[in-house]
Design a binder for this molecule. Sequence first.
Ligand SMILES: NC(=O)c1ccc[n+]([C@@H]2O[C@H](COP(=O)([O-])OP(=O)(O)OC[C@H]3O[C@@H](n4cnc5c(N)ncnc54)[C@H](O)[C@@H]3O)[C@@H](O)[C@H]2O)c1
Length: 265
Amino acid sequence: MRLKDKVAIVSGSGRGIGRDIALAYAREGADVVINDIDPATAAATAADAAKLGGRSLPVAADIARKEDVDRVVDAAMREFGQIDIMVNNAMKIVPGKLEELTEEAWDTTMNIGLRGAFLMSQAVARHMIARKSGCIVNIASIAGLFPYNWAGSYSVVKAGLLMLTKLQAVEWAPYGIRANAITPGYIRTPGTEAMYADPEIYEGRRKGVPMGRVGGGEDISGVAIFLASDDSQYTTGSVVGADGGQAVGYFLSVPGRRFSGGRLD
Ligand SMILES: NC(=O)c1ccc[n+]([C@@H]2O[C@H](COP(=O)([O-])OP(=O)(O)OC[C@H]3O[C@@H](n4cnc5c(N)ncnc54)[C@H](O)[C@@H]3O)[C@@H](O)[C@H]2O)c1
């Protein structure tokens, strides 16, 4: 068990990648705080985590709001007395073309993905700094490396999250806190299911991945375990890809042609 006696908060872990990470952490011996804006899914993930042997605590809260963030961190401290790992995962895409995007759509994505990650990290870091130990895992995206057109402010948020990761790494290294980011590629989750249910979209995207498949939450949770465990004790400020080689595919792609199963067609 690589996370025994550790306490982790995972934002947005009611479903999808966050849920998979929280359950994977529980399997590795961690106690997990399951945050989600949806109380029902938070409770369900926490119940499933508890079946894996460790302790779990659901906390329904909107991480875009400072008072909610403080409530999550206070609840974690009250229940478990320490916080070792913070996974900033919660997100909501509000898509739209730039020329049509409303202020509200821009702000929603920004406030959850970037402001929320900043506020959560700051609140946990105050406890981590006091203990001179801690670890932050930011779930960014390949969209933070390359523009994801028509996804509103999503790419900007994820690019910002990569820079926040680097700032956290350099500012908090003296306090024994590590901060790293994961950049998932195409991952099938409840959040993307509506899109992948369309066979044409699924196949088009699958073909664009050098490894020839769309990923699942388990493709991200293994990396998240590594970055939260002592196996990565000298790794901070890093951006770790989990994209089936897609970032390399972007590099090789030629306009009008598609990188498919290891070759261009
Ligand atoms: N699925 C993909 O293809 C993919 C690719 C790259 C990166 N990512 C990133 O991985 C993370 C998880 O993605 P997913 O596909 O599992 O998403 P999802 O939509 O399936 O799950 C997101 C969860 O976050 C919760 N949430 C939303 N707003 C919240 C808020 N304000 N406070 C607390 N919780 C909130 C939702 O209720 C939901 O349970 C996101 O950061 C996403 O950007 C996903």
